[in-house]
Structure formats: structure tokens, C-alpha cells
Ligand binder design. Structure first.
Ligand SMILES: NC(=O)C1=CN([C@@H]2O[C@H](COP(=O)(O)OP(=O)(O)OC[C@H]3O[C@@H](n4cnc5c(N)ncnc54)[C@H](O)[C@@H]3O)[C@@H](O)[C@H]2O)C=CC1
Ligand SMILES: O=C([O-])CC(=O)C(=O)O
Length: 373
């Protein structure tokens, strides 16, 4: 601390600065520099950025990350409305220092030095849309954010939420490859909401506390690519065929259930922010060196022949340190299924594999086109 920091004149100057704040936590190019920002606590911890912080997910997620004691610095970035969210969140008396950034010209400052970048930027669905309908808009958004990550914090772990996750993760990988910064361990598609839904719905059927239930959910994050492994539920239990059918259908369509209930006002935001905060916390604990942190995530994978696949991963200092095998699947989990939205089924492949292939094949030409633009 500066020797005069506790003197009356210094304290009055500090109070005056607080009474006349010019967006005190916002990064103004000619105003506050990071080093000059007042520190609220300055606890040791990780530097985390939320990109898309002013959105439905972003605001709640920013609040939850401000509550996380592992976060020492929290950067909130969006193309609109970050000053208000930043001012609001920064009044929470938890230790993380909050700084806001707005617009493309501040993306670099927002990302510089970050350990973890969480990306909930992009359009949400409306009733009648599939996640793939978001591709054209969200691919470009994810691409420009990931270019910023490659430039400003190439070693950061990325938690990618923007839909369609089955396609945005491969796009992010391609951007990082082109920049020469790609590390598959550090790119994690967030599928935690599928697990949260599976835990909740299974707990309802079993009549137990959802916090006691853990259902691995593998595959991808759209319709039938979401495959809950109900044969591997912890604690061990069994279901009737009707229960399996009900649970699988409800988990796969959980996103649509919320989209329809919101009737045009967007998709899941609160449960998603909760799930994203849980996943980010697991990543931070892994980065800290805690042992035995295992979560499902959509990652580059050799678990199947597909390049990307959601499955259990062990999180460590460098991200997804180990991709765990799927384990034994029962007949229901491995049988071929109907394709989403009338997609054709290929005879020899299981439904998860099939849908993933379609999603990826559809993505690559678009990706190449986008990257050429
Ligand atoms: N992975 C998952 O399980 C889930 C993913 N999602 C997806 O998350 C995304 C966000 O959903 P919501 O928060 O409900 O949408 P929203 O529209 O409420 O918020 C999106 C935010 O992104 C911002 N944004 C747009 N372009 C940006 C850019 N280039 N850089 C930074 N920020 C930018 C917008 O200004 C807005 O504040 C959607 O794509 C949605 O489909 C939603 C729920 C679950
Ligand atoms: O359904 C959507 O569009 C949002 C989402 O990914 C989910 O809630 O799982």
C-alpha cells in the first residue's frame, strides 16, 4: 500500500473519485488503466472473461462468477450494454475485481492476460428454430471472438456456450489452428446443462435430491445427439423401458421445452448460467491442481471416430487432461435412432455418431467459406 494511502487527504480523494464516477469500472482508452483500477480485495486467483456478458446468460453468469472465490479479476465484454452490467455486478462485496469492456475495439483489452474465457455470445433460438438455424450468425461471432483469444490470451482455456455447440466448437478449433495456437485440451464446449437436466429429471423419477444424482451425457448438444447414459447413473439404479423413453426424450428436448415456454423471449438463460458457472468452477479447480475433477464436455476426441464428441473429461491444469472412455453402453444407448428434424438415418451407425457426422460435414464447407470472407 502507498505510504499515504490511509492519510485523510488520500481517503478524501478516494471518496471524491467514488462520488464522481465516470463509469469507474469501464475501460476507457484514455482513462483508467488496469494497474490504476481500485482493487476490491485483490485476492489471489484466476483472471476470467465473460464474452457476451450483457446477454441473458451473460448477466447471470457474470453474477455467479463474481461470487466465485477462485476468481480474482473478472472482465465483462459485450458489444452493447456492458457499462450497466459492470457497474451493477461490481457492487457485489466479493473479492473479484470487475472491469467492463464494450465493442470490438476493446476486445483485445478485455482478453489480454485471461486464464479462462467463457463465451455465451450469440443469438438464441425462437420457437420453431433448431440450433443449427443459429449457425450463420453465431459462426461469425464465435470466429471473431476466437481470433481475439488467439491474439490476446492464446493460452487461456475456453468454455464455449454459443450455439450450435456441435458446430461452433469445430469452428473455434479451426480459428485457433489457423492462428497456430490450437491446443485441443483448452477448447471445451459446454454441455453441462444437458447433465443438469438429466440429473434433475432422473431425480424426479427416483424421488431423490438431484444433488445426489450424476448422469453422464455424451454425444453432442442438439436433439438426438444428446445421449444420456442412463445405464451409468450414479448412484446405481434401474429404469423401466417407459421411464428410459420418457427421460431420454425429455433430456434431449429440454432446450426446446424452455424455448417454447419462453414463447419468443429466448432460450434457457438462468439454468444455463448456473450450469456454465458450475463448469467454469470445475475448470478453475482443475487449473488450480485439484485432483479428480471430472465433467462432461464437447471436446476434440478419439473416443469415437468423430473429431469432436461430448464425454466425461478429467479437468486439470491444462484443461481437458484426459478424455475418459464411454464405458459399457446398453442396447438402448447404442441402437440406431431416428434423425433429428427428419434427417435420414444411415444403417450401420449409431444415432449419436450419425448425427455428429452430419453436423460436422455440414459445418466444414460453411466454415471454410466464412474463414475465406
Ligand atoms: N451450450 C448450451 O447449453 C446453451 C447455449 N445457449 C446459447 O448461448 C447463446 C447466448 O444465449 P442468450 O444469452 O440467451 O442470448 P442473448 O441474446 O440474451 O445474449 C447474447 C449476447 O451476446 C452478445 N453478442 C453478440 N455478438 C457479440 C460479439 N461479437 N461479441 C460479444 N458479445 C456479442 C449480445 O450483445 C448479447 O448481449 C445462444 O447462442 C444460445 O443458443 C443457450 C442455452 C444453452
Ligand atoms: O435450446 C436452445 O436453443 C438453448 C440450448 O442449447 C439449451 O437450452 O440446451
Amino acid at each position: 500500500m502507498h505510504p499515504d494511502a490511509t492519510s485523510p487527504s488520500h481517503r478524501i480523494a478516494r471518496v471524491a473519485a467514488h462520488l464522481n464516477p465516470t463509469r469507474p469500472q469501464m475501460e476507457e482508452p484514455a482513462a483508467l488503466r488496469p494497474a490504476a483500477c481500485r482493487a476490491k480485495g485483490g485476492a489471489p486467483g484466476f483472471k476470467v472473461a465473460v464474452v457476451g456478458a450483457a446477454g441473458g446468460i451473460g448477466q447471470s453468469l457474470s453474477l455467479l462468477m463474481k461470487m466465485n472465490p477462485l476468481v480474482s479479476v473478472l472482465h465483462l465484454y459485450d458489444v452493447v450494454n456492458t457499462p450497466g452490467v459492470t457497474a451493477d455486478v461490481s457492487h457485489m462485496d466479493t473479492s473479484a475485481v470487475v472491469r467492463g469492456f464494450i465493442g470490438q475495439q476493446q476486445l483485445e483489452a478485455a482478453l489480454t492476460g485471461m486464464d479462462l474465457v467463457i463465451i455465451p455470445a450469440g443469438l438464441p433460438r425462437k420457437p420453431g428454430m433448431t440450433r443449427d438455424d443459429l449457425f450463420n450468425k453465431n459462426a461469425g461471432i464465435v470466429r471473431s471472438i476466437c481470433e481475439g483469444v488467439a491474439k490476446s490470451c492464446p493460452n487461456a482455456i475456453v468454455n464455449l456456450i454459443s450455439n450450435p455447440v456441435n458446430s461452433t466448437v469445430p469452428i473455434a478449433a479451426e480459428v485457433f489452428k489457423r492462428a497456430g495456437t490450437y491446443c485441443p485440451k483448452r477448447l471445451l464446449g459446454v454441455t453441462t446443462l444437458d447433465v443438469a437436466r438429466a440429473n434433475t429429471f432422473v431425480a424426479e423419477v427416483l424421488g431423490v435430491d438431484p444433488r445426489e444424482v450424476n448422469v453422464p451425457v455424451v454425444g453432442g448438444h442438439a436433439g438426438v445427439t444428446i445421449l444420456p447414459l442412463l445405464s451409468q447413473v450414479s448412484p446405481p439404479c434401474s429404469f423401466t423401458p417407459d421411464e428410459i423413453s420418457y427421460l431420454t426424450n425429455r433430456i434431449q428436448n429440454g432446450g426446446t421445452e424452455v424455448v417454447e415456454a419462453k414463447a419468443g423471449a429466448g432460450s434457457a438463460t438462468l439454468s444455463m448460467a448456473f450450469a456454465a458457472a458450475k463448469f467454469a468452477d470445475a475448470c478453475l479447480r482443475g487449473m488450480r491442481g485439484d485432483a479428480g475433477i471430472v465433467e462432461c464436455s464437447y471436446v476434440a476426441s478419439e473416443v469415437t471416430e468423430l473429431p469432436f464428441f461430448a464425454s466425461k473429461v478429467r479437468l486439470g491444469r491444462g484443461g481437458a487432461e484426459e478424455i475418459l472412455p464411454l464405458g459399457p453402453l446398453n442396447d438402448f444407448e447404442s441402437r440406431p435412432g431416428e434423425g433429428e428434424e427428419g434427417a435420414e438415418r444411415e444403417h450401420s451407425e449409431g444415432r449419436v455418431v450419425h448425427e455428429q457426422v452430419r453436423s460436422y460435414e455440414w459445418t466444414v464447407p460453411n466454415l471454410i467459406q466464412i474463414c475465406k470472407d
